[in-house]
Design a protein around this ligand. Sequence first.
Ligand SMILES: [Zn+2]
Length: 452
Amino acid sequence: MKKRTGMFCLLLVALLAGVAAGQSQPAPITAIKAGRLIDPETGTAATNQVILIEGEKIKAVGPNLAIPAGAVVIDLSKLTVLPGLVDAHTHMAITYKEKPENNYYYLTYVMESTPLRAIQAASNGIQLLNSGFTVVRDVGNNALYADAALRQAIEQGWLPGPTVIPSGPMIGSTGGQFWPTPEMYKDHNIMFPEYIDANSPDEIVRAIRENMLFGARTIKLCIDCKPWGYSVDDIKLAISEAAKGGCLVEGHVQTADGAQRAIDAGIHMIAHGNALTPEHHRQMAAKGIFLAGTDTPFMPYRGSEEAFKRTVANLRDAWEKKVPLTFSTDFDYWNERMKNEKTGEWLTRGDLTIAFLETWKAAKIPPADILYAMTINGYKASDIIKERGPIKPGFYADLIAVAGNPLTDIDALRSVQFVMKNGMVFKTDGVMTPEKFFHPGPVRTPSGRWTR
Ligand SMILES: [Zn+2]
């Protein structure tokens, strides 16, 4: 017994010495054989490539790379490998419905708690990852920071999901997007947490600091949700305050005047394309302002032919004027018509998201440009292009594989066969296999950020 205790002590000392010296088990190597590998930056594809992944990150990419002994080999030689996709404007933690809310999201807000909405967000994240979306910008209407909690839970390793870029509550001037009664507004503070009312420079600064303190990675402003909205100076103040915490600013825009103020202030990104004119597009292109057009297709479950025609024409004009376009949905609703017409099965949140390709196809945007918007511009708009996206050494291994070639047929993206996130396989042969993502520890503490 004594001897065994002694041996245990020796082992413990050796282990601690190893930890002190920074030694750890070498990360496992995975080798992916890619039949075709797309570089969306250049819109080109290379055949028969090998991607070596060490732990969470890509180590090497090339033809004829030697595969180290003991590496796990994943054979995607019959598939096309490409970076994961980005939905640059969505809402993970709200689902307003026909029943019981009659599509009135005020009611969702009073009927569904933050914890319930956070769990919905976790499910939505898994559904989106299953359809190849490895990054989402999650910009408001997420109850009491359910978006920031989702980001944190995925980063810490509790569950699989896309990398989430959360905004925290949308910041707006009196009323946000609500039209509350005086008593609900003044006596019950009904605005918060769906919106933060910020009506003066001091209040704008405080709201931005609080969002960053509570885990926001981007800032979302209601530019013109009310006629009193934000001035150019207000927006400039927001941009400089957000920059102190490493955040960029997106503006919700619904009027031509609001769009002009956001552009004049030099905002990072404009959400919703409906109110933008060709002149706005010209200025956005000149200034490099990203557009999250939230280009809703006309489907049996959503939209109208007339609205769709306008959306398509606006997207087409923005593309012709070379506005930096992102793929974006504004998804936050559900109804009983959301079924696959052939099988009668419910469409997943991922199916509903990728269906926005219909608008891009109707605008006759070339597949390589659609893919650029869904990847490169998505990573840039999310401000993570230095860490995630390109399938190059040093980047996180977030990649997907599809049958066919999306550079010639963008609909190939509708049937994602393989998904890897942070070097872990989430889906293979078209089936979710997320076992490796579920464990009670260790809880990861991602480095390199000053905030929680
Ligand atoms: Zn939105």
